[in-house]
Ligand binder design. Structure first.
Ligand code: FAD
Length: 365
């Protein structure tokens, strides 16, 4: 059978495209090389706890249309992300707000906090930041930087903050209210029952083949579809012929523990460099679980090698220019539509992926 569309990747982007194509009467086949659907938003139900297998995912957006769209496929709870940070034996609220400042300096008012930060910025004497360390200190002063930014960022990038370019940190929002809500967005929550259910609903009635790698599949089925929506890595599609786009990788260590509440919060950041992981996620707290056990995941950022699972694109000048060359090259293959975080070589939050998928639908259907 020949399909109107072959969708490569059963992640959020591919699933939305497939759903909208089917709705418009098109025939669609979805393939994914993994043994499951949902891509990186895949959640696995382990005895009632939905484990975010590729890292903690919190849906947040200020776009009402996107919020209403995703609510067609799941009921969201009222989870608010309010991470805490542990530095040595001290515990701080995030994002940087009056709770953080009052713990750091034993102060009570916004004016006191502003005065300390301003004094530290002045004392640094930095006017033209040359690296990430200087950039961060010039924005927030040395205390917030040393306790809450330095170690975490160095672990994330695997390099000393002095060796990292200043542009990585453009701004560091400081909040002079007692508000621990990490995101500024109007809408926020976790889909009750996990993210996989959203993708299951999107793909209802659509033929999906898991464990199916595009390259092998297309060799055997060269005429399977008129058009292909490709949500894998754009450089891999072209056999890396212009070069390799680089990523950072995250390694997750999951543990099931015989306690009902390990850390009292879904997300706890470890901001000193000597602790090798960056965060511990306790999955049950995303959905207010009351099981008598818990599951935690420690996150270790690591170097990425070609062939490994890509997580965060390294959008430096070199990689962005290389990506643009691949975009040029892709014009020679108009029957292939590249999309999603890997096709666009971009860190996309989920709401932005939904937006991009719907734009792609508008353009191509
Ligand atoms: P993916 O989910 O990666 O889907 C692509 C699919 O294509 C995969 O299933 C893959 O197996 C398949 N594929 C690739 N190549 C091939 C091939 N050759 N053949 C067959 N199949 C192939 N966003 C938020 O909004 N909030 C968060 O809290 C958040 N946290 C995140 C935490 C981490 C650690 C990371 C890395 C991302 C986070 N995101 C978050 C972003 C979110 O994960 C993405 O927006 C979303 O998953 C992207 O969907 P996608 O469909 O573009 O890509």
């Amino acid at each position: 059978m020949k399909y109107d569309f072959l969708v490569v990747g059963a992640g959020l982007f591919g699933a939305i495209f497939a759903y909208e194509a089917k709705k418009r009467g098109k025939s669609v086949l979805v393939i994914d090389k993994r043994n499951h659907i949902a891509g990186n938003i895949y959640t696995e139900n382990v005895d009632g706890i939905n484990v975010h297998k590729y890292g903690a995912h919190i849906f947040h957006t200020s776009n009402k249309k996107i919020w209403e769209y995703v609510n067609n496929f799941a009921e969201f709870n009222n989870y608010i992300n309010a991470p805490v940070a542990i530095y040595k034996d001290e515990l701080y609220n995030l994002p940087f707000n009056m709770n953080t400042f009052s713990k750091l300096w034993n102060i009570k008012t916004p004016d006191e906090a502003k005065a300390i930060i301003e004094k530290q910025r002045q004392e640094s004497g930095i006017t033209d930041p040359k690296n990430l360390e200087e950039q961060a200190i010039s924005l927030v002063g040395k205390d917030v930087y040393e306790k809450l930014i330095k170690g975490y960022t160095e672990k994330q990038w695997g390099r000393d903050a002095k060796e990292l370019p200043a542009f990585i940190i453009k701004r560091l929002p400081l909040r002079f209210t007692f508000d621990n809500n990490y995101f500024n967005d109007r809408y926020q929550g976790i889909p009750i029952g996990g993210y996989t259910g959203i993708v299951e609903k999107l793909l209802e009635g659509i033929e999906v083949r898991a464990n199916t790698e595009y390259r092998d599949f297309i060799k055997e089925n060269p005429d399977i579809a008129d058009k292909t929506v490709y949500t894998g890595m754009i450089d891999e599609f072209f056999d890396y012929k212009l070069g390799v786009l680089e990523y950072r990788r995250v390694y997750f260590e999951d543990e099931r523990l015989d306690t009902d509440n390990y850390q009292g919060n879904a997300v706890v950041n470890y901001t000193e460099r000597d602790v090798k992981f960056t965060r511990i996620i306790e999955h049950k707290h995303f959905e207010y679980g009351n099981q008598d056990f818990t599951i935690i995941s420690k996150e270790y950022p690591t170097e990425w090698q070609k062939g490994e699972e890509p997580y965060y694109p390294i959008n430096n000048e070199k990689n962005n220019a290389l990506y643009e060359s691949y975009v040029e090259l892709s014009k020679s293959r108009p029957e292939i539509i590249f999309g999603g975080r890997l096709g666009a070589y971009k860190y996309y939050d989920m709401d932005k992926v939904v937006e991009a998928a719907l734009e792609c639908v508008e353009k191509n259907l």
